[in-house]
Design a protein around this ligand. Structure first.
Ligand code: AMP
Ligand code: MG
Length: 318
């Protein structure tokens, strides 16, 4: 298998990556959340390649990345006042807004629906690449479907990496968890479809009212999905993962106290640091070939919502 280069993000390499994207190739793009699999949003072949490279089901829509909120009219038909307020408060940043789509947005991107998810990433390399291309980019996480998202260039799966023109190395991802996805299209108040980098309490502070978690975000159990792209199992290492109140002395996994053996990792006690290191630590533990990974249950508090969501989905039966 060819190994495509992981390149330092010099001006020359950004220009190289932008040219590849304009030709319809795929590029590994650092963002503050996780590494993205970037493609030109207006190119149906490039978008189809994205789904194929990730082995992503076609009913799972892609997030469109833009360089600034000023580009919103290129993809969104209307931007309700609440969405405008959230964009002004959190962009660039780990917040994705689901909005009515412009008719020209490819159906493959929206999974055939009338809405489009869009965000402005808060990473200098992603923003430089978006500006160099001069057009919106789709960028799902650069991992095979269901698997752990990469939070460092070297964590991108080798088979996937081989399908990219290059990956720009932007260093470790600051947030380390995916964006918060907010549905701004309903008749009712905006709601969170996926907890993520922006806590719900921060959204509520900007809007001056509670922002509920949509049922899909909690009860993404078996059965039909009330929102596209929500799966009970997701973000999972290859090794089976189980949540527990405490780790046994011989378990491999993640704990809060002192590790009882070298296959246990003591995790940070604050949710931001925990989230920033979660996928990197799981990637490393996954390589141990343990029978299972045990994760000590994080505090059941609102600040831990995004971490708890990822752990619950990683532990869900496939
Ligand atoms: P990823 O890019 O891998 O972080 O995942 C993108 C996720 O965003 C999808 O799995 C959906 O959960 C969500 N999403 C994208 N587009 C839409 C949309 N139009 N409506 C609702 N959710 C969406
Ligand atoms: Mg993903």
């Amino acid at each position: 298998m060819r190994r495509m280069p992981i390149l330092p993000p010099t001006a020359e390499h950004i220009a190289f990556a932008a040219a590849a994207l304009r030709r319809g190739e795929l590029v590994g793009m650092p963002t503050e959340t996780v590494y993205g699999l970037a493609a030109l949003a207006s190119d149906p072949v490039a978008v189809a390649r994205t789904f194929a490279a990730k082995r992503r089901p076609s009913d799972n829509p892609l997030i469109v990345h833009i360089a600034s909120a000023a580009d919103l009219p290129e993809v969104a038909r209307t931007v309700p006042p609440a969405a405008q307020a959230l964009a002004a408060a959190f962009w660039p940043g780990p917040l994705t807004l689901v909005l009515p789509r412009q008719p020209h947005v490819l159906a493959a991107i929206t999974a055939g629906g009338d809405t489009v998810a869009v965000r402005v990433p808060d990473h200098p390399v992603a923003l430089a690449l978006l500006r160099a291309v001069g057009a919106p980019l789709t960028a799902p996480s650069a991992n095979p479907f269901m698997r752990l998202s990469p939070t460092a260039a070297a964590d991108i799966d080798a088979d996937l990496q081989a399908q990219l023109a290059c990956t720009l190395d932007g260093g470790p991802c600051r947030v380390g968890l995916e964006s918060t996805v907010v549905d701004c299209t309903g008749p009712g108040p905006v709601r969170v479809l996926r907890p993520g980098g922006v806590p719900r309490i921060a959204l509520a502070a900007v809007l001056g009212r509670d922002v509920p978690l949509a049922d899909v975000a909690t009860a993404a159990a078996a059965g039909p999905r009330p929102a596209p792209g929500m799966y009970a199992r997701h973000y999972a290492p290859r090794t089976p993962l189980r949540l527990a109140e405490a780790l046994g002395a011989d378990d491999a996994g993640l704990c809060f106290g002192p590790p009882a053996n070298p296959r246990q990792v003591a995790m940070p006690a604050d949710p931001e640091s925990y989230g920033a290191s979660l996928y990197r630590v799981l990637h490393a533990l996954d390589a141990l070939g343990a029978r299972e990974l045990v994760v000590q249950q994080p505090p059941r508090e609102p600040a831990w919502e995004a971490v708890a969501d990822r752990l619950r989905k990683a532990a869900a039966a496939g």
